[in-house]
Design a protein around this ligand. Structure first.
Ligand SMILES: Nc1nc2c(ncn2[C@@H]2O[C@H](COP(=O)(O)OP(=O)(O)OP(=O)(O)O)[C@@H](O)[C@H]2O)c(=O)[nH]1
Ligand SMILES: [Mg+2]
Length: 294
């Protein structure tokens, strides 16, 4: 008997959704960082678990409302994959539960999909009895088919989640022949690798006001030439991205090039430029060109 279905990962920003998806997939599918609002679109990947095929969707984390167009679009993304999926993995961090978690829970509660509560980052919970009380509180609510504490970062508990997914997905033939199907475009993947490095090197200074646009890509048998733009909203931010004597943008480029080279197993020439584009977070045309769209 085979099983197959769609599984969305939904939760507040920064709880570890993308880290979990990468651990479970055994490869890097979605970029991660210690700052909020890292994931900006719904990211799909397939994982075959014995006789079960799960199509996972990582979503941008729920964050506080602002007036920026980008935030409005990002807040809609999880809502797109609440109803038409077979299973929702609702993730929270440790035994903390705040208004944003409550808002996210309200969002998924109405869905008819099966639901698992993933309590992530248990490696940071010192008093495990706290966790026990917390789980008991949720059991009474009868929202979830299962409650699993785990640590995505330490790869602890992922196998239990897999087993639960196997038991909750419906009987179906596999939708995809291969589990190597690429849902995201190649240029999107490259831009995400660069954006991850931008956030990691500058995250605390430039919270989420940067984006990466691929200007050109020229791939040959044994090498690839990439030109990419790092977009910022203000001149002062451009200075931060470039750094003194260009050292920051150089670090970002070196680290991105290394990762792209490892994936493609070919020589990579990467040219990075930083450009000020005022108000890009509010400009639907720029947002759409970055793959951030309704
Ligand atoms: N200690 C600990 N840290 C974790 C764990 N899982 C994820 N993290 C860290 O939490 C931070 C956020 O992880 P992400 O996977 O980017 O979080 P996310 O939920 O995808 O965030 P958004 O894309 O903004 O919604 C990163 O610094 C991760 O390394 C965990 O199990 N334990
Ligand atoms: Mg994420």
């Amino acid at each position: 008997m085979k099983r197959c279905g769609y599984v969305s990962i939904i939760g507040k920003t920064n709880v570890g959704k993308s880290t979990f998806l990468n651990s479970l997939s055994g490869k890097k599918v979605s970029i991660t960082s210690k700052t909020s609002q890292t994931t900006r679109s719904n990211i799909y990947t397939i994982k075959n678990i014995r006789n079960t095929q799960a199509i996972f969707i990582d979503t941008p984390g729920i964050h506080s409302k602002t007036n920026k167009a980008m935030n409005k679009i990002l807040r809609k993304k999880p809502r797109e994959v609440v109803n038409d999926v077979d299973l929702i993995l609702f993730m929270i961090s440790g035994s903390k539960f705040d208004e944003l978690d409550a808002e996210t829970l309200n969002l998924i509660k109405k869905s008819n999909s099966k639901k698992i509560l993933l309590i992530n980052k248990i490696d940071l919970v010192k008093d495990k009895s706290e966790l026990f009380e917390f789980v008991k509180h949720f059991e009474h609510k009868e929202i979830f088919d299962s409650i699993i504490p785990l640590s995505a970062l330490k790869n602890d508990g992922i196998d239990i989640v897999e087993k639960e997914i196997e038991s909750l997905l419906p009987e179906n033939d596999f939708f995809y022949d291969s589990n190597n199907f690429n849902f995201q475009s190649f240029s999107f993947e490259i831009s995400e690798i660069i954006r991850e490095k931008v956030i990691r090197y500058l995250g605390d200074e430039l919270p989420y006001e940067t984006a990466v646009q691929i200007e050109s890509m020229n791939e040959k048998d044994d090498e690839i030439d990439i030109n990419a733009l790092i977009l910022v909203s203000r001149q002062s931010q451009k200075k931060i991205v470039i750094g003194s004597k260009g050292e920051k943008i150089k670090q970002i480029g070196t680290s991105a090039r290394k990762e792209i080279k490892e994936i493609l197993k070919k020589k990579v020439r990467l040219e990075l430029w930083c450009k000020v584009k005022k108000n890009w977070l509010n400009d639907p045309v720029t947002l759409e060109s970055l793959g951030i769209k309704n």
